[in-house]
Write a new protein. Structure first.
Length: 640
């Protein structure tokens, strides 16, 4: 018999190429890639055995029969081993996220058993010649010669059935593989049966390897490894395509909250399975929708508006789904998610701009708490534009040090003097308008720009104190933000500024809120103690807003408590409210703190505060915050 190896040579070349490509994988250390590489090496070994057996048959007269029998047996075993390995790989992929692991084990056992039959047949062949034999210098096919193909087709059937049973949770890659693989295998087997002298076993393997590569491996740049959904890059590209198509579509962004507790409760592996379940749900959402995994806990769904009209609003359907628990085997869990969505109907936004808007809406949704949802509409668009504009303004103001410090005098009624003042920042925008701190400080905190702004203010205040030593002030208070106060370099920078202007630490008073200290009370204590030793006084700002943890406050070296306006206002409230404010003041005074009442606007309020014996009063009643020159005038007038 004259066997031809041309097709096997091509098959070997294809596999070598696949090996080279798979070695180039960045994620080479994951199990899927490692198993895939094993498949390739086994395929190469099988082709080598095929070629060796053809060589043996060609030289049948020159080599002993037993050598030929051994080579052809090895070939039979390896070619079938290759089919078994590929079947195992595919079943592994199909059952990767299937909760009942005993199914996977059963399928593996069936594949192993089928290979066992082939191996037994090869051993039996040594005695019976049921598969092949060598007679009269000829290779002769036995009655069971086609057993290998029968087993191969059974593997295909087994994999096909396993896939169909699991098709609901199968990934897009698996779907791609199954769309082609069974047909290609059956087609090549039929060709092989038609042209029996042309060796094609290696080509079957090479084509399956190629399909696996195209389905599972080559998508490495655009697919998320765990869920096989497209990643962020793929999402941006797809958005570009959808916006070009000019058909309206919805984008839903989902962000899982507190997922750490899922991992803690069920373990990391099962946590991954919950993520996979969410991914599959989104992936199968509707015929034309596309799902993506943008970050570890962030998913997005692109849904054409026609689909939304047909099956209902996608955001409503998804939100409803998340009110119910997710089941993985016998575990179930209700996942907490925040939602943001946007309708694209022709706006001039590219992919990145759409994502930027969704993420902006997501921040608002997260602020709403568990399962919050925000639709990105015109109002949000304006807010976002305003915010962007404000950030730009802040950057520009920082570059040009375009901030002004206003000083609000504080009245010490016991000595009838304005003995201190609070420094309050104002930003000057490029049109020279004054922007109040509430408009930019919160944004400065989220963007981190606050640190730079804060140090500009400290420097301006120190410069002011150095050039106006005779205003009769015992000190000026500055407000510190969390980032500035907790900065490892804070003391060092403060020290540099204080020395630069020759200021005494005793005139520096720092106002911080309880929110800042409760973030890390131990660290706060260290910083405060160190600065207190140098002479700095600390004021607890905004006392009475939100909840107070007295044990934290009492454990820290605060000198003064500033009653927030909301609390100060209560002195004109009901009897009970006045009692409460009175008791709070009394308690702090007894504990040795000084008290400043903020936000006193009327004479009546001032009188009530005096009755409570607060030490100092700050408010519009005495003066609004004043630009430095006016503040100097104010102080000089009061002194005279
Ligand atoms: P705050 O520290 O509570 O400052 C007191 C705020 O109350 C000031 O608002 C002041 O103008 C206002 N105020 C004073 N008396 C009255 C009154 O009688 N009635 C009313 N309705 N309001 C009164 P401002 O200057 O707009 O500052 C707002 C907030 O911005 C400050 O609240 C502080 O949290 C922050 N801030 C101001 N300057 C700085 C700064 O340099 N650094 C940092 N980190 N935050 C600052
Ligand atoms: Ca303050
Ligand atoms: Ca305050």
């Amino acid at each position: 018999m004259n066997f031809t190896l041309t097709i096997e040579v091509i098959a070997a070349m294809i596999i070598v190429l696949l090996v080279i490509y798979s070695l180039d994988e960045k994620s080479a250390r994951n199990t899927r890639t490692r198993s895939y590489r094993c498949c390739l090496y086994v395929s190469l070994a099988a082709i080598a055995a095929d070629a060796l057996s053809v060589w043996g048959i060609r030289h049948i007269m020159e080599i002993p029969v037993w050598v030929n029998v051994a080579i052809s047996s090895l070939n039979y075993l390896l070619v079938n081993f290759n089919s078994a390995v590929l079947a195992l790989y595919l079943s592994g992929q199909i059952f990767e996220h299937f909760p009942k692991h005993h199914y996977k084990k059963k399928i593996f056992a069936v594949i192993a058993a089928m290979y066992g039959i082939v191996a037994l047949a090869v051993v039996g062949n040594l005695f019976s010649g049921c598969l092949f034999g060598f007679e009269n210098g000829q290779y002769v096919r036995g009655p069971l010669n086609l057993l290998g193909y029968a087993v191969l087709i059974s593997y295909v059937a087994l994999v096909g059935i396993s896939y169909l049973v699991n098709s609901k949770i199968a990934s897009a890659s698996m779907r791609n593989a199954m769309r082609t693989m069974p047909y290609v295998v059956c087609g090549v087997v039929m060709l092989q049966l038609l042209y029996r002298n042309v060796m094609m076993n290696g080509m079957v393997a090479a084509l399956v390897d190629l399909i696996l590569f195209l389905s599972f491996q080559s998508s490495r740049n655009s697919a998320d490894y765990l869920t096989n959904l497209g990643n962020r890059g793929a999402f941006v590209e797809e958005l570009a395509v959808w916006t070009r198509r000019k058909r309206r579509f919805h984008v839903v962004l989902l962000s899982l909250n507190k997922f750490g507790s899922v991992n803690r409760e069920f373990g990391q592996k099962n946590g991954d399975e919950f993520l996979y379940a969410v991914a599959r749900y989104l992936d199968n959402f509707s015929a034309n929708a596309r799902a993506y995994r943008l970050g570890s806990l962030e998913f997005a769904l692109l849904c054409p508006e026609e689909d939304c009209r047909r099956i209902g609003h996608c955001i409503e359907i998804i939100r409803e789904r998340f009110t119910r628990p997710w089941e993985i085997g016998d575990m179930e869990y209700r996942l907490s998610v925040s939602f943001a969505d946007i309708l694209w109907n022709g706006q001039d936004w590219d992919g990145t701009q759409i994502i930027e808007r969704l993420e902006y809406a997501m921040i608002q949704a997260k602020a709403k708490g568990s399962n919050g949802w925000v639709h990105f509409d015109e109002r949000l668009n304006e807010m976002m534009e305003h915010q962007k504009h404000m950030i730009e303004q802040m950057r520009e103001a920082i570059a040009n040090e375009n901030f002004a410090v206003y000083y609000q005098p504080i009245y010490c009624w016991g000595v009838d003097l304005f003995c201190s003042a609070e420094a309050l920042v104002r930003m000057i925008d490029k049109d020279g308008r004054i922007v109040l701190p509430n408009e930019f400080i919160p944004l400065g905190e989220t963007t981190g720009l606050i640190k730079e702004i804060s140090w500009i203010i400290v420097e301006k205040v120190c410069a002011f104190m150095a050039s106006h030593p005779n205003l009769g002030l015992k000190g000026i208070t500055i407000n510190m933000s969390m980032q500035q106060f907790m900065d490892a370099e804070m003391e060092h920078i403060l020290d540099k500024i204080v020395r630069k202007y020759g200021i005494d630490y005793h005139v520096l008073k720092i106002e911080i809120t309880e929110r800042i200290v409760s973030e890390d009370p131990e660290k706060a204590k260290k910083i405060m103690e160190s600065l207190t030793q140098k002479g700095v006084c600390f004021y607890l700002d905004d006392f009475g807003t939100g909840y107070s943890n007295f044990s934290v406050v009492l454990s820290l070296p605060f000198d003064t408590i500033k009653l927030d306006k909301s609390l100060t206002d209560k002195v004109l409230g009901t009897e009970k409210e006045r009692e409460i404010v009175g008791s709070i003041v009394e308690m702090f005074v007894k504990a040795g703190y000084s008290i400043v009442a903020e936000g006193a606007e009327t004479e009546q309020m001032v009188e009530e505060l005096k009755k409570l014996h607060v030490d100092r009063i700050q408010g519009y009643y005495y003066s609004r915050p004043l630009p430095d020159a006016e503040f100097v005038k104010f102080m000089r007038n009061k002194k005279d």
